[in-house]
Design a protein around this ligand. Structure first.
Ligand SMILES: NC(=O)c1ccc[n+]([C@@H]2O[C@H](COP(=O)([O-])OP(=O)(O)OC[C@H]3O[C@@H](n4cnc5c(N)ncnc54)[C@H](OP(=O)(O)O)[C@@H]3O)[C@@H](O)[C@H]2O)c1
Length: 244
């Protein structure tokens, strides 16, 4: 995978305190980007900044905060401009007892905050004359899940929402690119439970994300072979899916 250096470019990575977002921020910095990094855990963001203080800007805040847009604006102001926005913040859990609190927490971040952040990103990049918005969805968004119903449904919402933004972007007079990153299993804090396979490291996931940015891809499976599982999930007969 060839990734050219991108001197003077600026990026905002939302949810960079761990996992896929952290490694994506790291790789962007290695590629010459100046990167604003967000998340609630300021200590984690500050630790990342120590690796290259010139290239990271630490902006800790909760994306579900009603004032989140003001925090995002402030991050871009500190960067000066932004060409790439990567939305990695996400949550979800198994919910064996169908506890609404788990589902509500998932919906607050993966649906409400996602929508606000996606709209803000689109408007911000458009106002600057173009750019690239990348969001991490999931292969799980391609079919309902009895084990984690809100998580799978919220990821389906995200996939559909990004398709809507891609359709809008095709009609804009400025170049706007929207990429849906669909991971299968990535070795991060979020990977819970047993029986995982085709596991990708967060470093490798970040390389696929950079690849998708450089190629302006609409959808990138992480890793690419998860496309097969995606197709299976979409085409599996209902009776078989219900038995799984
Ligand atoms: N790992 C996998 O196997 C996998 C598979 C498919 C999709 N994904 C998706 O990949 C994305 C990244 O997850 P990950 O695997 O890298 O897990 P992770 O290490 O747990 O990262 C989640 C990120 O989201 C941030 N976040 C959580 N709640 C937040 C909030 N209220 N406000 C702001 N930021 C918040 C976290 O930062 P703070 O806690 O510091 O706020 C952290 O930076 C998620 O959307 C996830 O659904 C992961």
């Amino acid at each position: 995978m060839q990734l050219p250096t991108s001197a003077n470019k600026k990026a905002l990575v939302i949810g960079a305190s761990s996992g896929i977002g952290l490694e994506t921020a790291r790789l962007l910095v290695q590629r010459g980007y100046r990167v604003a990094i967000t998340g609630r855990r300021a200590d984690r963001l500050e630790a990342l900044q120590t690796e290259d203080p010139e290239h990271y800007i630490v902006c800790p805040f909760d994306l579900t905060d009603p004032e989140a847009e003001a925090h995002l604006e402030a991050a871009v102001q500190r960067l000066g401009s932004v060409q790439v926005i990567v939305l990695c913040s996400g949550t979800g859990d198994f919910n064996p007892d169908l506890d609404y609190r788990i589902e509500a927490q998932t919906n607050r971040l993966n649906i409400d905050a996602f929508t606000r952040t996606a709209d803000w990103s689109y408007r911000t990049l458009k106002a600057q004359g173009g750019g690239h918005f990348v969001a991490i969805t999931s292969v799980m968004g391609l079919r309902g899940s009895g084990a984690a119903p809100a998580y799978a449904a919220s990821k389906a919402y995200q996939i559909n929402y990004l398709q809507g933004l891609q359709q809008r972007a095709a009609h804009e007079t400025v170049p706007l690119y929207i990429t849906d990153i669909r991971p299968g299993s990535v070795q991060t804090d979020m990977m819970k439970g047993k029986g995982h396979f085709w596991i990708t490291s967060p470093q490798e996931a970040a390389r696929y994300i950079l690849h998708a940015i450089e190629r302006r891809k609409t959808v990138q499976y992480v890793s690419p072979r998860w496309r097969v599982i995606g197709l299976l999930l979409q085409h599996l007969p209902g009776w078989l899916h219900r038995k799984m």
